[in-house]
Design a protein around this ligand. Structure first.
Ligand SMILES: Nc1nc2c(ncn2[C@@H]2O[C@H](COP(=O)(O)OP(=O)(O)OP(=O)(O)O)[C@@H](O)[C@H]2O)c(=O)[nH]1
Ligand SMILES: [Mg+2]
Ligand SMILES: [Mg+2]
Length: 264
């Protein structure tokens, strides 16, 4: 059937497949969260509620999309690694980016009241999304190292900045000036000598960001299952997994050696 005379316009919709056999990293970032965090009075330098909500939305996304093998979050952003061989939506770029971004955003809004029980949403938050393809394991390791190094740099800066303002009585302009041109060691020294803060004692959640991984669940760890559920679970070829949020180093080899993240 030829369809209607209008149908030719469909030909303007071009396919946008992502190169097969490459690693796909999908990253989203809160749109204008500088304003959003102000309007919702996020605490400075880090708002635990907001970070936990991001982590929760990331876990929900990974529950929905089994092809995501790793997540990493900091501030208003999250990165997700998809299996190299994923055929999610036939690797159609816009379909993947728009659906994942929309699902994460919906989760962020749906679970907002759980994490902000005393602070209703004042306007609808939105996130941008993108996919970047990487050819090999080295680039994937370096990508995640880049994001975690960024977490460290930003957190050290923000922690020192807000200590100068909140505890040191400096104005934000003065604090900017105090920190201009300082290296990490100097920020650590300001924190320690002026505010008795040992940077390494700060919660790893803030220093390392959030790492979301699938962990295989050994059978004895699910004690409330019935015998029938246990049998059913055993029958399944795939081991059962749990989606955990941890705050560990992902720059060194150990994390990657302990897990089979980069395997098919
Ligand atoms: N107070 C506070 N602000 C936060 C927190 N997490 C993120 N933000 C804010 O969110 C911003 C995120 O930075 P960006 O993503 O670079 O900037 P943006 O304003 O979202 O702008 P675009 O991403 O370009 O749309 C930070 O600069 C902070 O203003 C937090 O835990 N506490
Ligand atoms: Mg942003
Ligand atoms: Mg950001």
């Amino acid at each position: 059937m030829a369809g209607s005379k209008y149908q030719y316009v469909k030909n303007f919709e071009l396919p946008d497949p992502l190169l097969p056999g490459t690693f796909m990293v999908y990253r989203l970032d809160g749109h204008s969260f500088h304003r959003f965090s102000d309007e919702h009075e996020f605490s400075k330098p880090n708002d635990l509620r907001a970070l936990r909500l991001m982590d929760h939305a990331a876990q929900k996304l990974m529950e929905e999309y089994p092809d995501i093998v790793l997540g990493f979050g900091e501030s208003d952003e999250y990165s997700f690694l998809l299996r190299k061989s994923t055929s999610l939506y036939n690797r159609r770029q816009s379909k993947i980016v728009s659906t994942l971004t929309s699902y994460f955003t919906s989760c962020y809004v749906l679970y907002w009241p759980t994490f902000f029980p005393d602070s209703p949403l004042r306007y609808p938050p939105s996130f941008d999304g993108r996919v970047v393809l990487y050819p090999g394991e080295k680039e994937i390791r370096d990508y995640f190292a880049w994001r975690q190094a960024d977490t460290h740099i930003n957190n050290l800066y923000n922690t020192t900045f807000w200590a100068l303002v909140q505890q040191g009585g400096e104005t934000t302009t003065q604090a900017h000036a105090t920190l201009r041109g300082t290296i990490s060691k100097e920020k650590n020294e300001i924190l320690f000598s002026r505010f008795q803060i040992n940077y390494n004692d700060i919660d790893p959640r803030y220093r390392k960001g959030s790492v979301v991984v699938r962990t295989e669940v050994p059978e004895e760890e699910a004690p409330d299952e019935t015998e029938q559920q246990k049998k059913k679970a055993k029958k399944k070829a795939k081991p059962r997994t749990r989606i955990d949020v941890i705050h560990c180093d992902i720059i060194k080899d150990q994390f990657w050696n302990e897990r089979r993240i980069l395997e098919e």
